[in-house]
Design a protein around this ligand. Structure first.
Ligand code: HEC
Length: 194
């Protein structure tokens, strides 16, 4: 009985009131799963400046420059892959035009060698934004990196340090996107020109 009462109180608290108490305090009451695009965008405003500052605290070259590149979507979408995090992707000049074709139906499609893709990630923990890793994919020659179809995966921790990752862990999933040169692409609702 007590548990039941408690549960309904929690349910009430979750559904009542405004979704985020105060845009400046950056605390959010809604569950991530229930976020509207407006809430997703408001949360991004909270972390927009913190993300490059966090990743850039070390000496990673991509972390230091990716915000000079163009964004590959209208903004973050509702969380899905990559640990349920919010994601926002930037592509360097070498690969940008090809990336935003979002090709996923051509086995012969290849991103230009030298393309670099950086993807910010963050979540909401206890109602407050929490920065996740910066995920990076760099396109090399397919013949040089045959096991990952030409890609080199890396990641930077939220403190700027390199993150230890396994090429096969990343590529076991990305390699499944075989008709788009191993790219997963942003969610449909945030793709440019849709
Ligand atoms: C379980 C599947 C899965 C695994 C494992 C995975 N990814 Fe991804 N990745 C995706 C999907 C799906 C997307 C597109 C999601 C989005 O941007 O909304 C994506 C997007 C990316 C992008 C943006 C380029 C693109 O594909 O559109 C980068 C960079 C990236 N991942 C890096 C990594 C790195 C580095 C690792 C390993 C640490 C990794 N990923 C592991 C599924 C995965």
């Amino acid at each position: 009985m007590t548990t039941r009462l408690l549960l309904s109180a929690v349910a009430l608290a979750a559904t009542s009131g405004v979704a985020f108490a105060d845009a400046h305090s950056c605390t959010f009451e809604a569950e991530v799963a229930d976020f509207t695009q407006d809430q997703i965008d408001a949360l991004y405003e909270c972390v927009r400046d913190d993300l490059p500052a966090a990743y850039g605290a070390g000496d990673n070259e991509v972390a230091a420059t990716y915000r000079e590149w163009q964004a590959a979507s209208t903004g973050p979408a509702a969380p899905g892959f990559h640990g349920g995090r919010f994601l926002n992707t930037f592509v360097n000049e070498v690969g940008y035009a090809e990336y935003i074709r979002y090709e996923e139906d051509d086995e012969a499609f290849e991103m230009p060698v030298g393309s670099v893709i950086a993807k910010e990630s963050y979540t909401l923990r206890d109602g407050a934004p929490r920065i996740g890793p910066l995920f990076i994919m760099t396109r090399g020659e397919t013949a040089e990196y045959p096991e990952t179809d030409g890609w080199i995966y890396s990641a930077v921790q939220p403190n700027g340090d390199p993150m230890g990752i396994s090429q096969s862990f990343c590529h076991d999933c990305h390699g499944g996107f075989a008709f788009g040169d191993s790219l997963g692409y942003p969610a449909l609702e945030v793709r440019l020109g849709q």
